[in-house]
Design a protein around this ligand. Structure first.
Ligand SMILES: C[S@@+](CC[C@H](N)C(=O)[O-])C[C@H]1O[C@@H](n2cnc3c(N)ncnc32)[C@H](O)[C@@H]1O
Length: 269
């Protein structure tokens, strides 16, 4: 089994580098993002229309987007990221817009600086692909989310990570096995992958099963729509007609089982 900390250190440097190069996902929120921010963040209404005062963890969400936008909706925001440079963008945007947020530099599988049940809401943009082992991430998220709190996460779909980025006469062929170890081979010029980072395929069992096993109920699941029938062959929107790139999951922290009650029921003749 691969040492997760080596991959995380590689990705920390890669994301710091993306900030210096102003790469995709390292560009802060723009004025229009703050016009009707809750609608922009939550078109599906998963957040219930009002998150003022909600203790919100934006996990692996540096880059000056999610953190400041949630803070502008009145949430009490903590942004966690492994990249200090990505977090610096959050601090800059917060200062420019006179918003309050806290930043913490750590890996998503180590939230030991937060007490159990510290957050009402955890927002987790696409990032589980950057860690070789995902179960400890979900266990940490479950620990820091209060019972009844929400965990909203987005992930790269495994099929998208298996499929070629170039079209063939047969569509987009599966090049990578589903059951595999180690980082995916590097690619260039793909909007589905981030060059310079190490990315890992996590299977459905590890994503959906992992969230459930960590202590959540799944309430809803969507596949953000990126397909376009007029897109040119090989374009992101063309490939998205064949393979959905992402999945978005709404989960609620469930109460731990009442072991005393279970024992009583089992032992009552
Ligand atoms: C695609 S970006 C997501 C946030 C971005 N603001 C967006 O708009 O989607 C992925 C983020 O995950 C962070 N990351 C990668 N590995 C991480 C880890 N092990 N722990 C915490 N953050 C990590 C990266 O530094 C990067 O900021």
């Amino acid at each position: 089994m691969e040492d997760p900390s080596a991959a995380q250190e590689h990705n920390r440097r890669a994301w710091n580098d993306r900030v210096r190069k102003r790469g995709r996902f390292a560009r802060p929120a723009a004025d229009e993002d703050f016009i009707d921010p809750l609608k922009k963040l939550d078109a599906l209404g998963w957040l219930g229309g009002d998150i003022r005062g909600s203790r919100t963890l934006c996990l692996a969400a540096g880059g000056g987007r999610q953190g400041p936008i949630y803070a502008s909706c009145g949430a009490i925001v903590t942004v966690v990221d492994i990249s200090g440079e990505m977090l610096e963008l959050d601090r800059q945007v917060a200062a420019q817009r006179k918003l309050h947020l806290t930043t913490v530099e750590t890996s998503m599988d180590d939230l030991s600086m937060f007490a159990d049940g510290s957050f009402d809401l955890v927002i987790h943009p696409v990032s589980t692909c950057y860690t070789p082992v995902v179960a400890p991430v979900f266990q940490e998220v479950a620990r820091v989310t209060r019972v009844g709190g929400l965990y909203i996460s987005q992930h790269k779909q495994p099929t998208s990570l298996q499929a070629d980025i170039r079209p063939s006469p047969h569509g987009y062929e599966l090049l990578e096995p589903y059951y595999r170890e180690g980082p995916l081979p590097p690619v260039q010029g793909s909007r589905h992958r981030e060059e310079g980072t190490l990315e890992y395929l996590h299977r459905w069992d590890q994503i959906i099963g992992g969230i459930c096993r960590a202590g959540f109920f799944i309430e809803d699941l969507t596949e953000p729509f990126h397909a376009d029938t007029s897109a040119k062959e090989g374009a992101f929107a063309h490939r998205s007609r064949y393979v959905a790139p992402y999945v978005r999951i709404k989960a609620q922290r469930r109460a731990p089982p009442d072991t005393e009650l279970i024992k009583k029921i089992l032992w009552t003749p």
